[in-house]
Write a protein that binds this ligand. Structure first.
Ligand code: FES
Length: 106
């Protein structure tokens, strides 16, 4: 018996976002943000680990997103908290590009 791999969900068509744009989505019923930077797509949980603020409208800088509330910054590739006041990473979903769409799973 192997570990069951979580099912990939179709998140958005690749052409629906331009570089620098984002969209609020749900992955496995978890509020998430899909962000395109150049030809890379990142899907991250849309909740700051510091105090629960949605990151939805956070500024995107150097492949990181800044929490609009107290300016914690999270790496979009790893989820790692890059500065205070957050210390815990945000969740980054596994992604795949296929059939002209972005797919993600928890
Ligand atoms: S809630 Fe995000 S930094 Fe405080």
């Amino acid at each position: 018996m192997g570990m069951k791999r979580p099912v990939m969900e179709r998140v958005i068509g690749t052409s629906e976002l331009k570089s620098g744009e984002r969209r609020s989505v749900f992955v496995d019923d978890i509020p998430a943000l899909v962000i395109r930077i150049e030809d890379q797509y990142f899907v991250v949980e849309d909740v700051c680990t510091h105090d629960g603020q949605p990151l939805t409208n956070g500024v995107i800088q150097d492949c990181a997103i800044v929490c609009p509330r107290h300016s914690a910054k999270f790496d979009l590739k790893t989820g790692k908290a890059l500065c205070m006041p957050a210390t815990e990473a945000i969740k980054v979903f596994r992604t795949e590009i296929r059939d002209g769409a972005v797919w993600a799973s928890p």
